[in-house]
Design a protein around this ligand. Structure first.
Ligand code: PEP
Length: 260
């Protein structure tokens, strides 16, 4: 992390739990956070769409912000079953994940659609967390940096600034597998992503936060979050346990390097 870029720790709860589970998880997290005043990180949880209202209510008066896991690229219309960015804003969301690899793989979402979704999120006054990352085959072929560069070019809309965009670098092969890149590989990818952002959007884009995601746990969060170009994490499995997620939030603080 660098001065000027506030760390962001975001939990992606995916399709898990019911309202009561999610509300209880937020309350537990809020209790843990109350005992750790002064943590520098911005903390976001992204529940399933049906649980957002309950989670927003449970998070009221706490530092916990709420995000969506996906949205449609249009603000309204004949799109049965979809949820729009203005609807997420209406519920009290501040962020929306777009382009997660599970959406790209399971729903055939390509870069152009991801860019449209990100633009729709911005138009609703929210901040997209735009996910990019290579598959195992692409990494094994030595294509990881090139793939991330292409995804930055095609998935990130024009007009990107540090205030209106967050990027999450999530190697597909690391998601939910317990495998992570080495610290050196993470550092290389994040530096390349930042350079590509600056090349495309100019010097101010050096301030865009770039999160790491993929099997981040309390045990490995400290060293990953201390990498210079890593500005936080997007956490899946470990965000479902309030104590684990809290431990990752703590690892984003300056005191973490002293012993956590
Ligand atoms: C994710 O799905 O965004 C993710 C990072 O999952 P996990 O932490 O479980 O690998």
């Amino acid at each position: 992390m660098q001065p000027g870029r506030r760390p962001l720790i975001a939990g992606n709860w995916k399709m898990n739990g019911l309202k009561a589970d999610s509300s209880a998880r937020v309350r537990n997290l809020a209790t843990l956070l109350r005992g750790a005043a002064g943590l520098p990180a911005e903390i976001v949880v992204c529940p399933p769409a049906t649980q957002i209202a309950a989670v927003v209510e449970a998070a009221a008066g706490t530092p916990i912000l709420v995000g969506g896991q996906d949205c449609h690229g249009q603000p309204k219309g004949a799109h049965t079953g979809d949820v729009s960015a203005p609807m997420l804003a209406d519920l009290g969301c501040r962020y929306v994940i777009v382009g997660h690899s599970e959406r790209r793989a399971n729903h055939g979402e390509g870069d152009a659609l991801v860019a449209a979704k990100a633009a729709a999120v911005r138009a609703a006054g929210l901040v997209p967390i735009i996910c990019i990352g290579e598959t195992a085959a692409e990494r094994n072929a030595g294509q990881a940096v090139a793939v991330a560069g292409r995804q930055i070019d095609a998935s990130v809309p024009a007009g990107t600034t540090p205030a209106n965009t967050v990027i999450a670098y999530e190697p597909v092969w690391a998601i939910g597998t317990g495998r992570t890149p080495t610290i050196e590989e993470i550092a290389e990818m994040h530096a390349a992503i930042r350079a590509r952002l600056v090349g495309r959007f100019g010097a101010p884009a050096a301030g865009v936060r770039v999160l790491y995601g993929g099997s981040m746990k309390p045990e490995n969060a400290g060293p990953i979050l201390q990498v210079a170009d890593v500005d936080g994490g997007l956490i899946g499995g470990a965000s479902l346990e309030a104590a684990d997620f809290f431990a990752i939030c703590r690892a984003s603080g300056p005191e973490a390097s002293a012993g956590d």
